[in-house]
Each structure stands twice: as structure tokens, then as C-alpha cells.
Write a protein that binds this ligand. Structure first.
Ligand SMILES: [Zn+2]
Length: 150
């Protein structure tokens, strides 16, 4: 009786491992297909969703402010205004917009508000290289990082 049971068990095991082998193959196939599907579907989205914050993605008036403060590292609206030749009020508005977009860190120091440049680099979504914010193409893989404007 014991040996009969063992034989059945062995047989079951054999069929099971055979089945699981098939299953694994199937799963691998599905996995592959899913991967391909995901690649097809997510790439354009992915690219758009992760467009790094390069300055080129900014509207012209904000880009001017961003470039001005990028050369200073940290500045008040007044200092930026002196550099761009626009009014302090306008620069204050633009700097706050840049802070809202996470380009700048806003810091209140007494009665003055200082804006600091967060990072001068954006990250390429495809290869992960650090790309200077002022560029619109990845220097490593050549991916266009921001919509090119005329
Ligand atoms: Zn890249």
C-alpha cells in the first residue's frame, strides 16, 4: 500500500513539474509580450511625463528670469530685476512661479525673500545622465528633453 501511494505521488509530481514547466514557459511568453506592450504604450507617455525641468521648457519670460538667477545661484527679486532690466514686481512674480515649479527654493530672510537655484541639472529620463538645464538635448544619448520652440 505504501509503495502504491509513493508511485502515485511520484507520478503526480512528474505531471506537476511537467505542467509547471509549461506554465513557466507560458508565463515567460506572457511576460515578454507584456513587456513589449508596456514599452509600446508607456514610452511616449513616459517621455512626456518625465520631461525633465530644463529651462528650455519654460516660457520665454520665465526662462529669462531663470537664466539670470542661474548665474547668481541665489538672489532677491531686486537683484534679478537689476540683471534683467525688468521691474522688481515682475521678477518677484516670475521668481515665485519658478519656485512653484520647483526650479527655485524660496527662503525668507528677515524682510527679504531670497530665491536659490535648486539644481543646474535635469535628469535624462532615458539614460539618467545629468543634463545642464540650459540644454534641450541629453548630452549622453541625444534625447530631446524639451519641446523645441522656434
Ligand atoms: Zn540621455
Amino acid at each position: 500500500m505504501g509503495s502504491v501511494n509513493r508511485n502515485t505521488l511520484l507520478q503526480d509530481e512528474a505531471t506537476m513539474s511537467e505542467k509547471s514547466g509549461e506554465l513557466e514557459k507560458k508565463l515567460a511568453e506572457i511576460d515578454k509580450k507584456l513587456d513589449q506592450l508596456l514599452k509600446l504604450h508607456t514610452k511616449p507617455l513616459h517621455r512626456r511625463a518625465f520631461v525633465p525641468k530644463t529651462l528650455t521648457s519654460l516660457p520665454e519670460h520665465l526662462r529669462k528670469t531663470a537664466l539670470a538667477i542661474a548665474t547668481m545661484g541665489e538672489a532677491t527679486a531686486k537683484q534679478v530685476a537689476a540683471k534683467t532690466g525688468r521691474t522688481r514686481a515682475a521678477e518677484s512674480d516670475y521668481l515665485n512661479q519658478l519656485a512653484d515649479r520647483d526650479f527655485l527654493k524660496k527662503q525668507r530672510m528677515g524682510r527679504e525673500v531670497h530665491f536659490q537655484v535648486f539644481a543646474l541639472y535635469a535628469m535624462c529620463p532615458l539614460c539618467g545622465a545629468r543634463v545642464p538645464m540650459t540644454l534641450d538635448r541629453c548630452t549622453a544619448c541625444g534625447t530631446l528633453l524639451a519641446k523645441q520652440r522656434k
